[in-house]
Design a protein around this ligand. Structure first.
Ligand code: F6R
Length: 353
């Protein structure tokens, strides 16, 4: 296997869109993201029944992060919509965040129009494009995120401004302390797993080597690490251009786990990564332990446990470790983590180009 992971010049040369640079800047991005809504007028929140985040891919994951973060703090539900149409329950008592990094994703543009038609209070989160133009024309609140990075590198920008909006509307307590914990924690994590740290002392490089040549299967836990599992899988797909799958406990204990009785030649391709959190329900923690014992010896298994004090720090602790691992895996495969030509092709063909 190549030693590219410890050759910083070679890593940078492969990374045409500066994904590693953006990743290094995540703590600063998070701090910046939290300030973005300052000065933006937000529609009044009186008598809200629900919050919906509408977006796709890298612009939707922030909605899921919000959904999990808010689950035990907000009196109204957060729903994530990855479609052209919004659910029928959306109406004048809804707050809809329309999120598209490029501002040109057709599903999100259609969902924006639907939100307007349904009379929902709407906030747009974008770096520009048609979405920003439409919102400006309609007098809808726009939080503008900096352009020039890929949507998946903008995970701070595409999530944290929503916390600030919810706080300003009185829907959640002030998350400022949790935010500061998050930024300080991530600044420490990058010193541990950034490109300058050699492979023998760098857990993200070691995990990338472990996943090399394997089919990664990321198993999270409902309500804590579930979104990170989805994110980690997506980052392997988009950065390393490799297949990966994800699922969650306890649900997978009721179906997917039976696959462990499958053919050895299939099982030996898998590498299972459990994502744990100190806040996991104790019974689910026990399920992870038992599940590990059941699959041990049949598939490769490892686990990552979230570190940090607050929920935000713990979530991004795992997001950051997964993100770095996926970029290192790209390097091991000799692929540029930046461009996503298959997504681009799909978008072009759909546009008739
Ligand atoms: C992530 C990525 C995709 C996009 C998705 C939607 O880096 O490239 O997952 O996020 O195709 O596009 P945007 O985010 O521009 O609405």
């Amino acid at each position: 296997m190549s030693n590219i992971l410890d050759d910083q010049a070679a890593l940078a040369a492969l990374d045409s869109l500066g994904g590693l640079r953006a990743l290094w800047g995540l703590p600063e991005q998070c701090a910046d993201a939290f300030r973005l809504p300052d000065g933006v007028t937000i529609p009044e929140a009186g008598a809200l029944s629900n919050v919906v985040v509408s977006g796709l891919g890298g612009s939707a994951i922030g909605g899921d992060l919000l959904r999990v973060w808010a689950a035990d703090r907000m009196a109204v539900p957060v729903t994530v919509n990855r479609d052209y149409r919004l659910p029928a329950f959306v109406g004048e008592d809804s707050l809809v965040f329309c999120v598209s990094y490029s501002g040109n994703t057709e599903e999100t543009l259609a969902a924006y129009a639907d939100a307007r038609e349904k009379g929902a209070r709407t906030v747009v989160l974008t770096s520009g494009g048609r979405l920003k133009e439409m919102a400006a024309g309609d007098g809808v609140s726009v939080i503008t995120v900096p352009a020039g990075i890929s949507p998946r590198s903008a995970t701070g920008y595409l999530f944290l401004p929503m916390l600030k909006v919810l706080y300003r509307l009185g829907l959640v307590a002030d998350p400022d302390r949790e935010m500061r914990e998050l930024v300080a924690h991530l600044a420490g994590v990058r010193e541990e797993i950034g490109p300058a740290v050699p492979g023998d002392g760098n857990p993200a490089k070691q995990l990338a080597r472990r996943l090399f040549g394997k089919l990664p299967v990321i198993w999270g836990v409902s309500g804590t690490t579930e979104v990170v599992a989805m994110r980690f899988k997506g980052q392997i797909n988009e950065n390393a251009k490799a297949p990966a799958y994800w699922s969650v406990l306890p649900e997978l204990n009721h179906n997917e786990i039976n696959g462990i009785e499958g053919p050895d030649n299939v099982l030996k391709l898998l590498s299972v990564v459990f994502l744990r959190d100190p806040g996991d329900h104790p019974r689910v923690g026990l399920r992870v332990d038992i599940t590990r014992r059941i699959i041990a010896g049949k598939v490769d298994v490892t686990e990552l446990t979230a570190r940090g004090i607050g929920r935000l720090a713990r979530t991004y602790d795992l997001v950051y470790r997964g993100d770095y691992t996926s970029v290192y895996l790209a390097a091991l495969y000799g692929v540029d983590p930046g461009p996503v030509p298959v997504i681009e092709r799909l978008k072009k063909e759909l546009a008739g180009l």
